[in-house]
Design a protein around this ligand. Sequence first.
Ligand SMILES: [Zn+2]
Length: 213
Amino acid sequence: MPAQPHLDDDEFLNVPTDPSAIDPASNALLILLQGNRRFLTGRPIHHHDVVAARRWATAQHPFGMVISCVDSRVPVEAVFDQDFGSLLVARSAGHVLDQALRASVEFGVVDLKVPLLMVLGHDRCGAITAVVDAVRQGRRLEGAKAYLAEVIGPSVSVDGDDPYAATMVAHVAATVRALRELPTVRQAQERGGLRVVGARYEITTGRVRLLSL
Ligand SMILES: [Zn+2]
């Protein structure tokens, strides 16, 4: 598998910005990518002050959900320049799906009816590095981290120029497939309102790229 497949997200950003002109899932994706471009160019509009926090104290209307890694260098609301109340975020090491994350996704899809799920992998992921290195060295990860190896293991690539990046991309694709197979997600997709996408966060540039999955 190539290490860096991505859609032409710049081209996607040129779709009409009138929300009524595109479906809710595409509009949600557009909002995320536009927010990332603001972040990328040093022009964020949300500064996470307490006024915004209080504005959303009684209700939330998230337009999408991001499933990402716990890595301290990937603060999702900052990466997409989103405010309080706008985005559901579920995080685990290496964005590994466990029962808690599946329940969180169900909360987003069924109860809050988000039209978009994005799996966001990232470069230099410690969880993925640990699993790839363990496979290469023929050893097991200890303790609860063994679960990470169990889930990420089938996506591990040990060949090529950058096996860590290749594994990350394959694992994002596997996570997207696993989400699409959840009964509640499948039902929402069949009704036509939900889209599941994968993306990659470039930790050295701050840029999010959609992956062709
Ligand atoms: Zn990570």
